[in-house]
Design a protein around this ligand. Sequence first.
Ligand code: ADP
Ligand code: MG
Ligand code: MG
Length: 201
Amino acid sequence: MEPETIKALIRRTHEVILAHAEELTDLDQAIGDGDHGINMKRGFDAIAAAADAIAELPCGKALEKAGMTLVMSVGGASGPLYGSLLMAMGKAMPEAPDSVGDIAKAFQAGVEAVMKRGKSEGGEKTMLEVLLPVATSLKDAGALDIGVLRKTADAGLASTKDMKATKGRASFLGERSIGHLDPGARSSALLIHAVCDVIEG
Ligand code: ADP
Ligand code: MG
Ligand code: MG
């Protein structure tokens, strides 16, 4: 992957997180401890600060370094979870990915790492409500369909509203977590949209 493409991905994801930090914090205020926007901003500020060094690396190594950066800079649950996603995705990425299938396999490995790290699965009102269906839709796609990816992410996010949280801080609220979107599912949907923006150019 061209260094310019990696830089564009870092720039766009950073931009989108900054633009929505307050919204993420508001969502986390309702069912968590109100720091998700701050956590994501801190993590993506750190990745942006390392953009030049990350962009020089082959795609897989770049993902691993970005993941490490998140783990090191973010205190909340989301840092190690997104960090695991990117690191495992990087490890599974071939040196020169050349098909949707390569990306799909790497993304699937990343999502599995989130489940392992979080001891979580689908249906628990977390970021996995977005990540799992996106992984499935990538796996099933013959060709990359950006519109489908965006819709899949949005539908996954929307599905969290009526769910009862059974993992993470929101699970402390039990039934009272119902009726609110999950902050981590929102940040996952934002990141998927940011990547789609770059692919569409
Ligand atoms: P913290 O909960 O430590 O304050 P954040 O607020 O940054 O961390 O992130 C909260 C988000 O992390 C939740 O909205 C949820 O999507 C995700 N999350 C929390 N625990 C888990 C888990 N065990 N598995 C998957 N995702 C989780
Ligand atoms: Mg929080
Ligand atoms: Mg916290």
